[in-house]
Write a protein that binds this ligand. Structure first.
Ligand SMILES: Cc1ncc(COP(=O)(O)O)c(C=O)c1O
Length: 355
């Protein structure tokens, strides 16, 4: 590919072009999240890699972590692994609406607590967590914080100049509208993180020790420069459009969906009924029908593609009372039209009435 020189590995034109693409993506990411220093955004292959880096890079044996019962396995599995390495974990139970009580999170912190790790919005129920209150409580206790923003980055405004989080991870391919195989970890200055991967960075090549400056400290090996170039373009679009505008549009669609679905007999909705308390994600079940069957009918008969099952978050389903079958999940985005919403509601009416 014409633009895919290896960034930072040479001074020739193709390498420089690639490095500029990555720099542009980083600068735009920083602008989306209101951070003046873009070097604090470390690129990763996806949110999972970023979350693993955050969790395994900050915890040490003897530490304690507070997390919630609505986390994705990308948080829970690394935490369970760390449990085997001498870390203890408290899982705070969220309510049946999928929202955790900030006071309960605060009460679970103790002397050895080093990290509070929580999802910004559940990928099953869409429930937005009271992150501001939780982050303030953790800060008062000198506890580091990690927010999994996979479901909110690019669709719910996040201003890191006011939201004082230490670590924030997200995918590039969801609300940020970039290609798959992209993601990032934001690391607030001063947060001590041990790199998960060490190696060539194209910088300080005379030294056989990992550089300690960002983003190089956490970015070893050849980058996904083609993916980053794509992400850079989608971020430019996002900046022109404004995340606030996207949020308003998605909330409007969620409002119509919630109202419409609540009126369909035999359909049960999970999560908050108020779009202001939810990201653009909604789970439901049709009474007496396996979620996989509902998903199949939506696709086969109406061309509507949804995800059914456990959504890599068994604990969220236990919390909602939908384990082990799971739910059907829909997630309108910035390009969803009201015509599509009407088509979906009519399809669901037909499926639920057995027509
Ligand atoms: C809340 C949440 N966290 C983490 C992830 C993992 O993201 P990725 O697939 O980019 O690794 C997802 C993906 O669905 C998610 O919804």
């Amino acid at each position: 590919m014409r633009r895919a020189g290896n960034p930072g590995r040479s001074g020739h034109a193709l390498s420089l072009r690639s490095a500029r693409d990555i720099f542009a993506a980083r600068e735009r990411l920083a602008e989306v999240f209101g951070v003046p220093d873009s070097s604090r955004f470390v690129f990763a292959g996806n949110a999972t890699v970023a979350l693993n880096q955050a969790i395994k890079g900050i915890l040490r044996p003897g530490d304690h972590v507070v997390t919630t019962s609505v986390e994705h396995n990308s948080v829970m599995r690394p935490l369970r692994r760390m449990e085997g390495a001498g870390v203890s974990i408290s899982v705070v139970q969220a309510g049946r609406d999928g929202i955790v009580d900030a006071k309960a999170v605060s009460a679970a912190m103790r002397k050895e607590t080093r990290l509070v790790a929580l999802v910004h919005a559940s990928n099953v129920s869409g429930s937005l967590q009271p992150v501001g209150e939780i982050l303030r409580a953790a800060r008062r206790r000198g506890v580091f914080t990690l927010v999994d923003a996979a479901q909110t980055a690019g669709s719910v405004p996040i201003d890191l100049s006011t939201l004082r989080v230490d670590l924030l991870a997200a995918s590039g391919h969801k609300g940020l509208l970039g290609p798959q195989g992209t993601g990032f970890l934001y690391v607030r200055k001063g947060v001590p993180l041990v790199p998960l991967i060490e190696g060539g960075t194209g910088s300080r090549s005379e030294n056989d020790r990992q550089p300690d400056f960002y983003p190089d400290a956490l970015e070893s090996g050849t980058q996904n420069s083609v993916g980053m170039a794509g992400l850079s373009v989608s971020l430019a679009w996002l900046l022109r459009m404004g995340v606030e505008k996207i949020r308003r549009k998605e909330m409007e669609i969620m409002g119509v969906l919630l109202d419409g679905m609540a009126k369909i007999p035999r359909v049960t909705l999970f999560g908050p009924r108020d779009p202001a308390r939810s990201a653009s994600v909604l789970s439901f079940l049709v009474e007496g029908m396996d979620p996989a069957e509902t998903g199949l009918r939506l696709e086969r008969r109406f061309g509507i593609m949804v995800r059914a099952g456990l959504h890599c978050s068994p604990n969220s389903h236990r919390t909602l009372g939908t384990f082990p079958e799971g739910t059907v999940r829909i997630s309108p985005g910035p390009f969803t039209t009201m015509k599509q919403v009407a088509l979906f509601l009519s399809a669901l009416r037909k499926i639920s009435s057995g027509a």
